[in-house]
Design a binder for this molecule. Sequence first.
Ligand code: ATP
Ligand code: MG
Length: 287
Amino acid sequence: MEPKCVVFANQKGGVGKTTLAVHMAIHAHNMGFRTLLVDLDQQGSSTFLLTGDADRHQTEAGTALDLWYPNRKVPVQVSPIFGFDFLQASAALDAVDDDLDPAIRALRRLLVVDSGQGPYHVVVVDCPPAPGVRQMAPLMVADRLVVPVTPDALGTQGLASMIQLGLTQVRPVNPKLELRVLINRLKANSPKNRAIAQNLHDQLPEFVLPDDLYEREDVRTGLRLGKPYWEVCRDAGQQDAWYQTFDGLLEGVEGDEAQTQGVEVDAPDNADEILAQQEARRGEVMS
Ligand SMILES: Nc1ncnc2c1ncn2[C@@H]1O[C@H](COP(=O)(O)OP(=O)(O)OP(=O)(O)O)[C@@H](O)[C@H]1O
Ligand SMILES: [Mg+2]
């Protein structure tokens, strides 16, 4: 079984790609799924959040760049802060931006790489804030594209072209790609923000996720403490919105059989009746 691949991309910077990709990976890991986060941004922001080391990406060896070399193994590491696996960024990742085909081959390796305990259940990709090979190639292998947007005039710039890219260039080649728009950093006291968010829900109901995520200092505080926002926040409404959002993004992710066997199934209310009927039928056949 191949992992589900969820890609966070938007050419607009600062909309929350990294923050939300890391939350996605935390939630998947907490749910017991074997999870791999891939940092394709040469700025290495998620590599920093996962390691606490701001210079970690200043190297080429042992980074996501190795995906481009089929004879090198995929250098997965474990986040000492969050406990899930990741593939770190390299400041030299822009060296691979000329050719799409090798990039698609490189990223396909993510779907077959072994975690050591079997294939991953979920692969989360954090993309750089620029259109190009490292945004396009992940979409070619992805099951789900999440486009974070901030509900302001600048933040929604580029959304139309992201949707266009997904629908007209990627879907014909990768028909399984689902598109999701996630409103993030909404300033609760800004009527303008609220109006733009409402407009997005009205205009793009098939893509925009139901819950808006607010701009909250606790988001940053949580990540500094190695915790998702819903574990540190003081707002029940937003706690629910964040949890539901990431839970929804896990839809369709399948764990091991052993995991699903553990799920308890309630007997139907009329179980006795069904059993009695079956018993009676058994009698019929026997006689
Ligand atoms: N809901 C939120 N509330 C408060 N701060 C947030 C929220 N989402 C993101 N941030 C903060 O906004 C900044 C930009 O977020 P982030 O780095 O996740 O965006 P990005 O889209 O990955 O940026 P880049 O384009 O540079 O890769 C960060 O400082 C992050 O902590
Ligand atoms: Mg980022």
